[in-house]
Write a protein that binds this ligand. Structure first.
Ligand code: SF4
Length: 311
């Protein structure tokens, strides 16, 4: 499969079939926590990066086998709404495979565009991120394209919510020493009251980010944020106590273990060796990290993962 990947077990979406519409790594942000690494093409130009007819054909063929899925998810290694024909794919899926729920993970930056809001209004679940209510913190964390302004994004989120009948889970990624202050949490809370998402998911680092110095926020900080935001808030990530997960394929898990025991590999290396998408590799590594002492080293060609043989 060229344009879709998985299904992969996701901590938030259950068993999810991913659609990756964007080449690695085009994005309107260059977040310091991005597990895909630095953005190499920082852009706000919407394009048909991959042929829409071929994406639809691949989806149609796959879904004709009636796979069991919790969601079909637009995500990937860049911002999905940069894909010019995302609306066409959403309409195709809703018209031809209405039994499946659609989810979109987005950095919210293009919700400022009326056309984008119109194209994505028929999805079932949107998970937009908004990491800060303060422009300077937003810039530090998300390192956006120069044309993007935080207030426009907030305005776009409010407008989208007003017309949207699906569910919205707003995600906030907390970074120590940037957006972990009381001032920030109170500001975010006042913005959340205007956006009115069903849930607010508080996340923090659990894989290496795009910069070396980033660290996870403590459980106490996440709890403080949850307390201020109130009943909509839930803590996800490695401090979560109620993470629902379906088991990952043990065959792929074993293949990854055997490979990185023999030699250090980047996520891209593993994706090429195993023939699975980089996002899928990241999910497996995240799972493996809980049970194994995964080692990481940063080299010129990227971040390498390896496992030491037990003595
Ligand atoms: S985390 Fe998402 S929005 Fe941020 S740079 Fe990575 S792909 Fe783009």
């Amino acid at each position: 499969m060229k344009y879709i990947y998985g299904p992969v077990p996701s901590r938030r979406l259950g068993l999810s079939l991913g659609i990756d519409l964007i080449p690695y790594k085009v994005c309107s942000f260059n977040c310091i926590y991005c597990e895909c690494g630095e953005t190499t093409n920082l852009s706000i130009n919407r394009k048909e990066f991959k042929p829409v007819d071929l994406i639809i054909e691949e989806l149609d063929n796959y879904l004709s086998t009636n796979p069991e899925l919790d969601y079909i998810t637009f995500s990937g290694s860049g911002e999905p709404t940069l894909y010019k024909y995302i609306g066409k794919i959403i309409d195709f899926l809703n018209n031809n495979h209405p039994e499946y729920d659609l989810a979109l993970l987005t950095n919210s930056s293009l919700l400022t565009d009326k056309q984008v809001r119109k194209e994505i209004r028929n999805i079932d679940l949107i998970v937009p991120s908004l990491d800060s209510g303060i422009e300077k913190n937003f810039k530090k964390i998300n390192r956006p394209h120069e044309a993007i302004r935080l207030n426009d994004i907030i305005d776009g989120l409010i407008k989208f919510r007003n017309d949207f009948e699906g569910k919205m889970y707003l995600e906030i990624f907390i970074v120590p020493n940037i957006n972990d202050t009381l001032e920030e949490f109170k500001k975010m809370n006042s913005i959340i009251e205007k956006i009115k998402p069903e849930r607010v998911q508080l996340n923090t680092l659990d894989r290496p980010g795009a910069v070396e110095w980033i660290k996870p926020a403590s459980e106490d900080v996440l709890k403080k944020a949850a307390e201020i935001i109130g009943k909509r808030a839930e803590i996800i990530g490695h401090y979560s106590s109620d993470t629902k997960k379906k088991s990952i394929s043990s065959k792929t898990k074993d293949e990854i273990i055997e490979t990185i025991k023999r030699r250090p590999c980047t996520v891209k290396d593993l994706s090429n060796i195993l023939g699975i998408h980089v996002n899928e590799v990241n999910k497996y590594l995240r799972e493996l990290d809980k049970d194994y002492d995964l080692k990481i080293t940063n080299e010129k060609r990227g971040r390498f993962y390896f496992l030491k043989e037990e003595d």
